[in-house]
Design a protein around this ligand. Sequence first.
Ligand SMILES: [Zn+2]
Length: 274
Amino acid sequence: MPVNYNGIVYPAADAHAHIYPEKIAEKATASVGAFYNLKMENTGLPEVLLREGKRAGIDRFAVCSVATKVEQVRSINAFIGRACKEHPEFVGLAAWHQDIADIEGELDGIMGRGLKGIKLHPDFQEFQIDDPKLLPFYRAAHKRGLPILFHTGDIRKDFSSPRRLARLLDKLPDLICIAAHLGGYTEWDTARECLKGENLYVDASSSLGFISREEALKSIYHFGTDKVMFGTDFPMWRAGEELERFFSLGLSAEENRAVLYGNFARLYRLQRDG
Ligand SMILES: [Zn+2]
């Protein structure tokens, strides 16, 4: 069942959800909670994501899992690939690591698994977004049409700063990417100062609970309602509560439609439109 708000029905996608294999889900969820000093609302299992999302009316999910070591990349991507086969509601984002040597070979594997983009978390993975070492990878991913979802922003860290993403986009202005958390978690003003682009999307995950309605709207209109996507950062937030926060921004029905589903469907080239 799609989301129903004020008598209007919206198809909805979650553009930012983390899932973990059963045996590490509890531990992985707890360690993310500790890093951000936040109480996690769920355990990061695919089935929980689906159940909680569907209860709130969401039926498409971009799912990812981050590799902190290069050796983890293949098994994570195998897991994400399996989860997507099992659950057609999922759009799989591959893990990647800055130390991967065979860029083309690894991207072949990712495409072979049917994954639709790549997720990077510079703070967990400890690399700078604009590290020149990553340029060949960014170029190769772009050539294959794989959007890159960057965790962006954390005033305690420098790796994922929106300024670093801006510097990268100066070099590769066509790169199709998503700057998570409205362009920069805890750095929302900096993100608005330095980021904007035709191929730059943002997701609204882990943001709406921290900033005022005015600031959220400033960010959304800065990036453009054709570039913003709804997201929960599952298992961080509950889908229903995050949707309430989103609707309380008071965007028009057409804007709601774009942010909840239209932009997501266009970016990941989903076939159906409803
Ligand atoms: Zn994330």
